[in-house]
Design a binder for this molecule. Structure first.
Ligand code: NAD
Ligand code: GLY
Length: 364
């Protein structure tokens, strides 16, 4: 059983297929887009677990493949990683009409998507996300990028995939901590625009996290539908798409002040960041305190960190966090831009949040 969600972007529209066991059908799903030998870009963790079934499926569909296996980890999303990958893609003779397949988490999807965007001025690519975070967020919407010492995702482009294939069976091999990190982005969708979905998560989220296929398929499909709708209305983030960044201003600052290290995964930063954004909304008199408390409790019950105190090691201080945010976003007249909520499920952007309110939330 699988479900298909359409991202409506005119002649760049594409389908997201969500279901269990879709790797076995990937050959048939990719056949309409495949021309010549198809490079399959992945990392060594994912290669061990999921590359062979994908290659077998493509071979059954008559598609020749060229596996390209990179090192796992954020460090691969770099100029060095891009140089290595584009060199291998050129050696594989990918031409302008070719297709590149990204099999892996957000690191592989972001890097391979960017490489596809710049290779020979633009080649098609397909996303086969294998982490919960990449299935519900990074594989959809066409943001591709690499990191530089000046910051994360600063060199990149919008390049939409031709198709996304999310096989939720691949999540069975995902470490629990990574699964939870992806779940933070799922809960974020409820907080930003769908209180009913959050109610559903409150009842069924634990089942999904325990591996229930139907529950997982529902959270992936529903999250993708929400993102697809937003991206179709605002592909280039001139407005509404910014709401997808709920919790990210705080989250990025927490990641930066903990050194982008194993102390805090991106999704864990988003979990704490979304709680902080909701608490800031309460402080500004915009949102009921009960909603922020309910959201935080749900994350905590799921096993996610939900407050700054939950981060192992020394607590990042309010001033260091504010400095990291100011680096991220321009402070104007002592005010910062934030995504806030008017209650669970109702996010909006505010350009004039007083720094003192932010400081108070970070210190509490
Ligand atoms: P990741 O790609 O680093 O994957 C996390 C770890 O899980 C890696 O070690 C990987 O090898 C391993 N892994 C992947 N799939 C597995 C599986 N099925 N079984 C076992 N292990 C598996 O991390 P991520 O959380 O998927 O992605 C994070 C990246 O995504 C960041 O670079 C972030 O900037 C980016 N991102 C991009 C967007 C976007 O819109 N483009 C959105 C959110 C995040
Ligand atoms: N992950 C946020 C976005 O795609 O806009």
């Amino acid at each position: 059983m699988s479900e298909t969600i359409r991202v409506g972007l005119g002649d760049r529209s594409y389908d997201i297929h969500v279901g269990e066991g879709l790797l076995a059908q990937a050959g048939a799903l990719l056949a309409p887009f495949a021309r010549g030998a198809v490079p399959v870009v992945t990392d060594s963790h994912v290669a061990k677990l999921h590359l062979d079934p994908l290659i077998a499926s493509l071979t059954r569909a008559g598609i020749k493949t060229v596996p390209i296996v990179l090192s796992p980890g954020e460090g691969t999303k770099s100029f060095a990683g891009l140089e290595r990958l584009t060199t291998e893609l050129l050696r594989a003779n990918v031409d302008r009409g070719g297709l590149i397949v990204a099999l892996g988490g957000g690191v592989i999807g972001d890097l391979a998507g960017f490489a596809a965007g710049v290779l020979k001025r633009g080649v098609d690519f397909a996303q086969i996300p294998t982490t919960l975070l990449s299935q519900v967020d990074s594989s959809v919407g066409g943001k591709t990028a690499i990191n530089v010492p000046e910051g994360k995702n600063l060199i990149g482009m919008f390049h939409q995939p031709r198709v996304v294939i999310a096989d939720i069976a691949t999540l069975k091999t995902l470490p629990k901590r990574e699964l939870l990190a992806g779940y933070a982005e799922v809960a974020k969708y409820g907080a930003l625009g769908d209180a009913k979905f959050f109610d559903w998560l409150a009842v069924n989220g634990a089942k999904a996290l325990a591996g229930d296929a139907a529950a997982l398929a529902h959270i992936v499909a529903h999250s993708c539908q929400m993102k697809a709708d937003i991206v179709a209305r605002d592909e280039r983030e001139t407005g509404e798409r910014a709401l997808l960044n709920l919790g990210h201003t705080f989250g990025h600052a927490l990641e930066a002040t903990t050194g982008f290290s194993d102390r805090l995964l991106h999704g864990e930063g988003v979990a704490i960041g979304t709680v902080l954004a909701m608490q800031l909304s309460v402080k500004l008199g915009l949102s009921p305190a009960a909603d922020a408390a309910r959201f935080a409790k749900h994350l905590k019950d799921a096993g996610l960190p939900a407050s700054i105190a939950d981060i192992p090691g020394p607590r990042p201080g309010a001033e260091a966090l504010i400095a990291a945010m100011a680096h991220d976003k321009k402070v104007k007249d002592g005010k910062l831009t934030f995504v806030l909520v008017k209650g669970l499920g109702h996010a909006f952007t505010s350009r004039d949040v007083p720094l003192d309110a932010v400081r108070a939330v970070l210190s509490s």
